[in-house]
Design a protein around this ligand. Sequence first.
Ligand code: FAD
Ligand code: UDP
Length: 371
Amino acid sequence: MKKKYDYLLVGAGLFNAVFAHFAAKAGKRCFVVEKRNHIGGNLHCEEIEGIHVHQYGAHIFHTSNREVWTFVNSFVEMNRFTNAPMAQYKGEMYNLPFNMNTFSRMWGIRTPEEAEAILAEQRRVISGEPRNLEEQAIRLVGTDIYTKLIKGYTEKQWGRDCRELPAFIIKRLPVRLTYDNNYFNDRYQGIPEGGYNVLIEALFGDCERVLGVDYLSHRGELDQQAEQVIYTGPIDAYFDYRLGSLSYRSLRFETEVLNLPNWQGNAVVNYTEREVPWTRIIEHKHFEFGRQEKTVITREYPQDWEPGMEPYYPVNDEKNQALYAAYRKLGEAERVIFGGRLGEYRYYDMDKVIERAMECAKACGLKRGTL
Ligand code: FAD
Ligand code: UDP
């Protein structure tokens, strides 16, 4: 007998929002079950003092994929926000990513040639292929920048010494010999006007949903309702941790309303010294050029993950990758599609999650087109 729904979507994050859109367009019926009390996953915004507060950390949309950019813009207008974070080290302010503004402030120089000379001198301490994050960082930007802007931040973020971290974490940070403070190299960038909730609501449309329900506690009855399950929760939880628990990094957010219109003058300020316990402070109104009377700031504290906490960042070291591969193998025997950041245990940016969800919709016969 045909079941009530074509798809049971576990988790109401971006992955399933995109999938739900294509399923509805193809005339399929979906039911989404979400354990939090809101949809949107980590993109969710809460409105405080008329400001869209990014409840699970700063989210800046950026992509080089034109299809993804056009897709997003068909649901919501993207504004002209460009991420240009500042770094504060013991009261000194530096521009990020590492560029001529940073080098000029650090060394009192003016030209790319002067910067090149200092970088070349400082990079020389590392010979051969970098074996860890510290060596990779010094190879990229030399010892001064490593000491002031990378070491403390990274050790707070990952809870480990830079010599015990893999080099790849830092490889994606741009280093430029131009006065360009744009954090991303991607062609397109912006924040949805009206916040991310507008995008998520538009994607889910009138898809049936239930909030505050953990799929894993009601699996039997829920599975019976749909032909196909798409699961975007943690893959190890799906298998009741039977091969062991995957590792994550978690975060704690402290949000404060301040009775003044502009507190730090920028959306994101990183605190790069070890002694300050938070890694960054977000001033949310600046994402949308807000002119409200008050402002809302959030301090972000990294923390070790323990069962029961929100799993934010997968720890893609060898041990965890091997464990994930073993879970993936178990997954092949299931009638379930595992998707998204937690289902695939990958640190995906939003544009990549959209691409993956489009690919999934295509594989299910719901979407045509180039992807
Ligand atoms: P999620 O958003 O995690 O959604 C999964 C959903 O499943 C969650 O709502 C969860 O509650 C639910 N769920 C889990 N288990 C169950 C269960 N058993 N039953 C029911 N529901 C369940 N990307 C960018 O492009 N730019 C950025 O600036 C950026 N900044 C980020 C900052 C932080 C701090 C973090 C953590 C991520 C950031 N990202 C950013 C990445 C972005 O958040 C992800 O790409 C995106 O949220 C992934 O969507 P998803 O649907 O895969 O997962
Ligand atoms: N990083 C750093 N100092 C900074 C910003 C970033 O050392 O001020 C390093 C850090 O190791 C971090 C990595 O660069 O984990 C990637 O940073 P990005 O901002 O891309 O990722 P996020 O921390 O936002 O996930």
